[in-house]
Design a protein. Structure first.
Length: 235
C-alpha cells in the first residue's frame, strides 16, 4: 500500500515580499480502531467474506481462482473446513473486517499433520492489526489441535505478504516457477513453512476444532485472547 503525502505550501510574506516555505500540517492521527472480536465464522458471514475476497480473484493474481465464489459457495467452504480446522473472522463494529483459515495441505493421509493457511483483510481495515490478530489466533488454535506445520503459498512478487509471514517465523522452502497463468501472465508461487510443534516419532492424530475446544478449553480461550489484544496495533 502506498501512502500519499501532501506537498509543502509556499506563502509570500507581505512585509518582505520574500518567499517563505512552510511545511504542510501534519495529518491527524488515525482514529483508534474500535474494539474488535475474533470468532469462528458462521454461515451468516459468507456474504461479507465473499465481498472481501472477490477483488483478489477478479483484479489480482493473489488467488488463482478465476471466478469470484458466491456467498453460497463460501457457506459450503466454511462448513467443510470447520470439520477439521478453524475458519476465523475478525468482527469490528458489527462488520467482518477480515478472515483467515487453515486447509489441508494434501488429501493423502500421511499429510494430515500439515495444513495451509490463507488470510484476507478488507482494504479499509488493512495495517490496523487485523491480519496479525487473525494469524496469531489461527496458528495458536492449530497447534492446540495437534497440527505440526503450516504452509503459505504466495504468488510472487508480493512483498507485503512475504513480510507478514516471515514476521511470524515462516521460512522460505521453495518456488514453483511460472506455475499459474492469470490476467495475461505466468506467475511464480513461493512456499513458506512455519513449524507449530516439534516433530516426533509417534504423532497423535490432530483433533477437530470442537474436540480441541472441549479437551483444551483454557488453551483455546488463550488463543483468542492473544489475537484480540493485537487489534488496532497497526500491523
Amino acid at each position: 500500500m502506498r501512502l500519499k503525502h501532501g506537498s509543502g505550501l509556499v506563502r509570500w510574506a507581505a512585509v518582505t515580499a520574500q518567499p517563505t516555505t512552510r511545511s504542510a500540517p501534519r495529518p491527524a492521527p488515525e482514529a483508534p480502531l474500535p474494539r474488535g472480536t475474533l470468532r469462528l465464522a458462521c454461515a451468516a458471514d459468507a456474504a461479507s467474506i465473499a465481498a472481501i475476497y472477490a477483488p483478489n480473484v477478479s483484479d489480482r493474481a493473489i488467488s488463482f481462482e478465476l471466478d469470484p465464489p458466491s456467498a453460497r459457495q463460501f457457506e459450503e467452504r466454511i462448513e467443510r473446513v470447520q470439520e477439521y480446522a478453524p475458519w476465523l473472522v475478525c468482527e469490528i463494529a458489527g462488520t467482518v473486517a477480515g478472515y483467515a483459515y487453515a486447509s489441508r495441505h494434501h488429501e493423502r493421509l500421511a499429510y494430515q499433520w500439515s495444513i495451509d493457511c490463507a488470510i484476507y483483510v478488507d482494504v479499509a481495515r488493512r495495517r490496523r492489526g487485523v491480519a496479525r490478530a487473525l494469524y496469531t489466533t489461527l496458528f495458536a488454535l492449530s497447534g492446540v489441535q495437534g497440527y505440526h506445520a503450516v504452509h503459505a503459498g504466495i504468488t510472487l512478487p508480493n512483498a507485503a505478504s512475504v513480510g507478514l509471514h516471515e514476521s511470524f517465523g515462516f521460512k522460505a522452502i521453495g518456488v514453483y516457477p511460472r506455475v499459474g497463468y492469470k490476467l495475461g501472465a505466468w506467475h511464480d508461487v513461493g512456499w513458506w513453512q512455519l513449524e507449530l510443534r516439534e516433530r516426533n516419532s509417534a504423532p497423535l492424530e490432530p483433533s477437530t476444532p470442537d474436540g480441541a475446544r472441549q479437551s483444551e478449553p483454557e488453551a483455546w480461550a488463550r488463543a483468542f485472547a492473544a489475537g484480540e489484544q493485537l487489534l488496532g496495533a497497526g500491523v
